[in-house]
Write a protein that binds this ligand. Structure first.
Ligand code: 9MR
Length: 285
């Protein structure tokens, strides 16, 4: 009820990943993804597909033992099934996720090792072939402010544009830690430079870790709220920034707890009550 009342869209956290939908070459499982789509359709939410090409959460049969030809065929078969499955019901897709290292070099991955850096552009071309209606995104973390990695992202996306291959936007994941986040000005300037390239910007997976903060919960939640405010404001003040998505909405369920330790990174507490962060987002909007 909270999701459909408070939000305008949803990104399935894991349900549209390669490993989830195609556990075996011949086995397709869209059950979890389809139930998210049903919810989206019933309540008029936008759904974003996430993510077609990523080094993580691949099915085990997609492995280094494949030849480049086999991997290329596997990619095309995957795209040719998943994109038409959702058709025009899903208008936005994360096509390539996390292809870069923090210093801007290409990340070592099965795709890079078989195809070199050309795979990024090829993935966008393939997505356009099987989802000609869709808006196609590149998505990554630590590209929220201006730094070597976001510079490399801008360069990569410009090269794809120059080759005449469709790329419509960039997702800044925005997995932040309070006290260690880029400033509102920095995020704003970064959004602007992607906007200047004609790209849409989505804040695509926001959460803010606070477990390292000392003091009473009210103070910790207020500090967290300031970070949520700054990011939302940076999005609002740039016309290129179209969408703000959080990686979950209740502290009851967050990937942070299992990856880093017990935390309260989201907008609603474990009892689904709004936190200061939720009010800060509303205020900035
Ligand atoms: O939230 C997702 C978590 O449940 C999975 O275990 C994890 C596997 O790597 O992926 C998480 O989502 C990631 C997203 O797909 C891409 N950006 C980083 C997210 C957090 O790791």
């Amino acid at each position: 009820a909270l999701l459909v009342e408070q939000f305008g869209g949803e990104t399935p956290e894991n349900a549209t990943k390669w490993g989830s939908v195609q556990p075996d070459p011949e086995t397709w499982d869209f059950s979890a993804a389809d139930s998210m789509l049903e919810l989206a359709q019933e309540y008029d939410l936008r759904m974003k597909g996430h993510t077609l090409v990523w080094h993580s959460q691949l099915p085990s049969w997609v492995s280094e033992s494949m030849s480049a030809e086999e991997l290329s065929l596997a990619m095309e078969t995957h795209f040719a099934e998943i994109l038409p499955h959702f058709g025009s019901s899903v208008e936005d897709w994360d096509v390539v996720n996390e292809a870069l290292e923090w210093n801007g070099a290409m990340r070592e991955s099965i795709f890079y090792s078989k195809f070199g850096s050309a795979y990024v552009q090829d993935a966008f071309a393939l997505a356009a072939k099987y989802a000609p209606h869709a808006r196609l995104f590149y998505n990554d973390y630590s590209i929220e402010g201006i730094n070597s990695k976001s510079d490399a992202t801008a360069k990569l996306l410009e090269e794809i544009q120059k080759a005449g291959v469709p790329v419509h936007g960039v997702g800044l994941q925005m997995h932040l830690t309070h006290g260690n986040a880029p400033s509102r000005e920095d995020i704003s300037a970064n959004i602007q430079r992607f906007g200047d390239l004609g790209l849409l910007v989505h804040i695509s997976e926001m959460d803010v870790q606070i477990r390292h903060l000392q003091g009473p919960e009210t103070d910790r939640f207020l500090a967290q709220a300031m970070t949520y405010y700054d990011v939302t404001a940076a999005c609002v003040e740039n016309s290129a920034c179209e969408q703000l998505t959080f990686w979950g909405y209740t502290d009851r369920y967050s990937w942070i707890d299992s990856w880093f330790g017990e935390d309260d990174p989201l907008l609603y507490d474990e009892d689904l009550l709004p936190k200061a962060a939720r009010d800060a987002v509303h205020q900035a909007l």
